[in-house]
Design a protein around this ligand. Structure first.
Ligand SMILES: Nc1ncnc2c1ncn2[C@@H]1O[C@H](COP(=O)(O)OP(=O)(O)OP(=O)(O)O)[C@@H](O)[C@H]1O
Ligand SMILES: [Mg+2]
Length: 252
């Protein structure tokens, strides 16, 4: 059984159909990388999976359970996933440790001692155990993003959703975050990652999915999709990236 099964999902904003009968299977331990032009729906797909958007049609199953069923407890479902965005969204007035323990204590009613020990374990996981007392603005962008990843890991999610987590970082800080994601993948974490970092896709992806026109146009290994794409639309997208031309949907 797939860990995540997205079946025929449609999502429109007004007349703009962003996801059009889109299907995606993710196996346990798999790292699936989403690529595609700006506006192709990568973030919308991740937000639909995380129930931050309501799908218009189709079904999303997590571990065999239909999570798009309106009777499902959305908060409990979201707690089974960790999501990290481009902007780290840390609370500036809270310490690193308190940023991580906030949701476990307030939302999930975990005893503070237990939350703290879990948070420290996660900080160790991301290599920041010595910065627990720091405020976010005392950390580099890469360190802040690693804290955001630690925060997403603290509930021991079955699925991690990572949306352009290196896009806001200075180039010299991208590597430390990509290294962390590579380590998570080696640990067997199931992940869906949207990225413009083709090098990262090559390094960690079990599968690369190219999104265009609201669908996954092509799925394969990184070597297949990035190295030897079957579809003309994939080739056009990749050539735009390598030539540095803007890759927006509107430009086509
Ligand atoms: N809340 C919203 N309301 C209206 N339109 C939206 C909303 N969210 C996304 N869209 C539209 O959906 C389309 C897909 O956006 P999305 O953010 O999913 O693309 P993306 O592939 O993540 O792009 P990028 O690479 O720039 O992050 C865009 O046309 C966008 O304007
Ligand atoms: Mg996006």
């Amino acid at each position: 059984m797939s860990l995540l099964s997205v079946q025929g999902v449609r999502k429109a904003f007004g007349a703009n159909v962003v996801l059009d009968d889109l299907s995606l299977e993710v196996e346990p331990g798999e790292c699936v990388v989403l690529i595609g032009a700006s506006g192709s729906g990568k973030s919308t797909l991740l937000r639909c999976v995380n129930l931050l958007e309501v799908v218009d049609d189709g079904v999303i199953e997590l571990e065999g359970q239909d999570i798009t069923d309106p009777r499902v407890d959305a908060d409990a479902t979201r707690a089974r996933m960790g999501i990290v965005f481009q902007a780290y969204n840390l609370f500036p007035h809270l310490s690193v440790l308190d940023n991580i323990t906030l949701a476990p204590v307030r939302v999930h009613r975990l005893p503070r001692v237990e939350a703290k020990s879990r948070a420290m374990a996660m900080l160790e996981r991301v290599g920041l155990q010595d910065r627990a007392a720091a405020r976010p603005d005392e950390l580099s962008g890469g360190q802040q993003q690693r804290v955001a990843i630690a925060r997403a890991l603290v509930n021991e999610p079955t699925l991690m959703l990572l949306d352009e987590v290196t896009s806001a970082l200075d180039p010299e800080l991208v590597g430390e975050v990509l290294d962390l994601l590579t380590a998570l993948r080696s640990d067997g974490m199931t992940m869906i990652v949207s990225t413009h970092e083709m090098g990262f896709a090559r390094q960690v992806a079990d599968a690369v999915c190219f999104l265009d026109g609201g669908r996954i146009v092509e799925r394969g290994t990184a070597a297949e999709v990035l190295g030897n794409p079957r579809q003309q639309r994939t080739r056009t997208f990749l050539s735009r990236i390598t030539t540095g031309l803007p890759g927006t949907v509107q430009d086509r």
